[in-house]
Design a protein around this ligand. Sequence first.
Ligand code: FBP
Length: 545
Amino acid sequence: MISQLQKARSAYQPKVPAAIEGATKLAEGKATQSVADQEDIKKLFPNTYGMPIVTFEKATGETKTEAFNVGIILSGGQAPGGHNVISGIFDGIKKLNKDSKLYGFLGGPSGLVDHKYIELTSEIVDEYRNTGGFDIIGSGRTKLEEVEQFDKGLEICKKLNIKAIIIIGGDDSNTNACVLAEYYLAKNTGVQVIGCPKTIDGDLKNEMIETSFGFDTATKVYSEVIGNIERDANSAKKYWHFIKLMGRSASHVTLECALQTQPNVTLIGEEVEAKNQSLDDVVTYIAEAVAARAAKGLNFGTVLVPEGLIEFIPAIKKLIAELNDMLAANQAEFDTVAADKKIDYVVSKLSKENAELFKSLPTTVSTQLALERDPHGNVQVSLIETEQLLAEMVAKKLAAWKKEGKFVGKFATQHHFFGYEGRCAAPSNFDADYCYSLGRVAALLIASGKTGYMSSVRNTTKPAAEWLAGGIPITAMMNMEKRNGKMKPVIQKALVKLDGGPFKFFASKRAEWAIETAFVYPGPIQYFGPTEVCDQPTKTLVLEH
Ligand code: FBP
């Protein structure tokens, strides 16, 4: 059974750039180079380095091709709109030739390696149009990096006569897409690889990729509930709410939600790092806002905490870097250490300074930092309860200040973590349109024989008809970074820019928001109604462009 909203929503026809509505022609721009470490990246990607940015323009007549088959992979965390990327690809390849076929690899990149797939027919695709989630084929976090995996993938492509693979993922997955594209091109396999920018975290973006899909919907869902909490806080007037928001590296989600809801305190990891702040500096900053509001009789408020905060605190960042190198160098030995001795083992291998810091952290935090990693080697920050940690530390500080007469109020807290609530929400009109367009563009990139490109839709603060469609070589987004103790070519992550429009606007307002109750209550995403309510892009996009 489906809900009434889902039923009504399934009839929504996503808007696409006018340039790709009918026949298209391809315009090639200038050669590109990587954002940094050009010589290294060029050496590692001799076949896919330096390709031009391409744009699709309106043409006359009809664009038709031979029938071709495409395989798709959903990679990493869910993001609203993934199903629309798939329906865009499906419609795109069928428009080019009705006999083209779409295969979905099941459960993420491992589906390609293990040859688990289904054919996506119109019956299946229609059921998922404009819905949230990745459940049409499932997702996974297997890292595609070994030649054996690439060769297994090639076997199934040959068997199913697949001309191209589309990887729908974040920065790590699109890095893998680029490595795969290079390998298949170097081996002259005839299999193309195209990427699509996905992640609610919003950290896969650059001049040509304006936003990753899912960020719009997820931040709207979180802002709705933050607004509800703010209204509750302002009604009951007795709690400070500490709200952690997903976004494991960058603080874009937190910043966007702050712009939408105007909370009292917002922490931005990138700023904490730039100011070289310690955990105590962060706690003091929050406690000062609490004390200032208490002095006005306001014993309530909201604090937004980005999930990745802990990794931005310079001392902790150094500790994590040493942990990464140490674990990479001693993995075999570490694996043989008994579970209850692992923490002692880690302490014994760290430098004195980092061992001290490591021991001073609450056990839940130190265990997470040392033991739990995802397949890409990332610390699983969503499992660290930073919001609770901060609330406890602020309470301790305020208790001390109370004795000194520096704090006169009451301090009672509630904590929340918003992440999974938004990752599978039904896509907003923006994400429904943007994702469907990304899918249609990916189909055109394949038909144009492109490989190692990311599907790109730009000019997104304008109405969809004016959006620009094209492809960006993935190598142009790369630089060299240390991963698991080794230098690797990776897509440069987009962090919050402290000199960028969104942060500057926030910084100009936050002193007022801290003391006053300036909350804004955005309410739920609207799918039907006036365009100024339903079609708004994020404040981040508007302030960036
Ligand atoms: P992606 O980068 O793969 O899009 O995932 C983003 C994210 O939602 C992060 O915000 C969060 O830290 C992580 O996924 C949690 O993933 P999981 O549920 O697999 O631990």
